[in-house]
Design a protein around this ligand. Structure first.
Ligand code: 13P
Ligand code: SF4
Length: 316
């Protein structure tokens, strides 16, 4: 740790005590932010931590929809995001008017929204899901019921294939970071590392072709489609010591730190989410000092949006 980092570290620890604050960080955050977090995890784990904390302030080091989820689950707490520019290209692919119109076209359908959505979209949804529980959530809905799945088309197509549901309609949204990871990128890496296991996030552009390749026998190595936290758990428990990783590269830091004897190879070095990287250690300090920037979901939206999130938390 550098001198400046350790000064920030001491300052943040003192402020945390003074304010009774909790720092949550997503797996894609920059290393210094991960190092000062009380808890690091995927969207589901972070929602769970937010729901159970007795801290007065939650500093959410992640993107805006994640802070909104925390505000929905803990309306009495102050939820701060260190930079309001930390958005999400996937969450922006659908808004509440577009969802209302889609629902009108399928009046009897149930809406399953990935957590990467705005609070307004969640308020119009029946269930939420994350990458680690999407299959479980969809399987909990009677098979004859139509489902509108949004907004990620790769996750949606993965869930459709795994559950075998023909009545699952998928919104054509994508995350620019994961959609950019293609089958060609993977084949290049596979040629170099022929004994490595393969971990892939279901938002990736190559997820559908990977599933097809696994089913047809074209991909013969061990492949695992996992959320970011699922990847962390798998890296820890697998006996293999080489892993090709298809997701945002921020996760590499924690993977290497927790598994120093294993080798992790990113499929794409430039798979970087600029929104996640908006959060810096200096902004975390400012956030605690000035109690900025509060993310507060209005009560009438929060009360509706809490229903699909709580349904998800009960199922998973
Ligand atoms: P996880 O829930 O797997 O952490 O994914 C969140 C996300 O934004 C992926 O891009
Ligand atoms: Fe959104 Fe993609 Fe960034 Fe995840 S990686 S926060 S889905 S833009």
């Amino acid at each position: 740790m550098t001198l400046v980092q350790s000064m920030h570290f001491d300052q943040i620890n003192a402020l945390k005590k003074e304010r009774n604050a909790l720092i949550l960080a997503h797996n894609y955050q920059v290393p210094e932010v991960q190092d000062i977090a009380d808890f690091i995890g995927d969207s589901l784990a972070l929602s769970r931590e937010a729901a159970k904390t007795d801290a007065d302030i939650i500093v959410f080091c992640g993107v805006h929809f994640m802070a909104e989820t925390a505000s929905i689950l803990c309306p009495e707490k102050t939820v701060l995001i260190p930079d309001l520019e930390a958005g999400c290209s996937l969450a922006s692919t659908i808004n509440s008017s577009e969802l209302k119109k889609w629902k009108e076209e399928h009046p009897s359908a149930v809406v399953v929204s990935y957590v990467n959505t705005s609070a307004e979209v969640k308020a119009l949804s029946d269930y939420c899901c994350t990458s680690s529980n999407a299959v479980k959530v969809v399987n909990s809905i009677p098979r004859e019921t139509e489902i509108l799945f949004l907004p990620d088309m790769f996750l949606g197509s993965y869930v459709g294939q795994v559950t075998g549901r023909k009545n699952l309609y998928v919104w054509p949204g994508e995350c620019h970071v994961h959609a950019g990871i293609t089958a060609a990128d993977i084949n290049n890496i596979f040629q170099k590392y022929n004994t490595a296991e393969f971990m892939i996030h279901p938002e990736c552009g190559c997820t559908s072709s990977t599933l097809y390749g696994l089913a047809s026998g074209d991909i013969t190595r061990k492949a695992h489609i996992l959320s970011t936290e699922g990847m962390m758990q798998h890296a820890r428990k697998s006996e293999n010591n080489q892993f090709v990783v298809a997701t945002e590269t921020g996760i590499m830091y924690r993977m290497k730190k927790e598994n120093p004897d294993k080798l992790f190879i990113p499929v794409k070095e430039n798979a970087v989410c600029k929104y996640m990287k908006q959060i810096t250690i200096e902004k975390v300090v400012d956030s605690l000092v000035h109690k900025q920037y509060e993310v507060k979901v209005p009560k009438q939206i929060a009360d509706k949006a809490r229903v699909p999130i709580e349904r998800m938390l009960m199922i998973s």
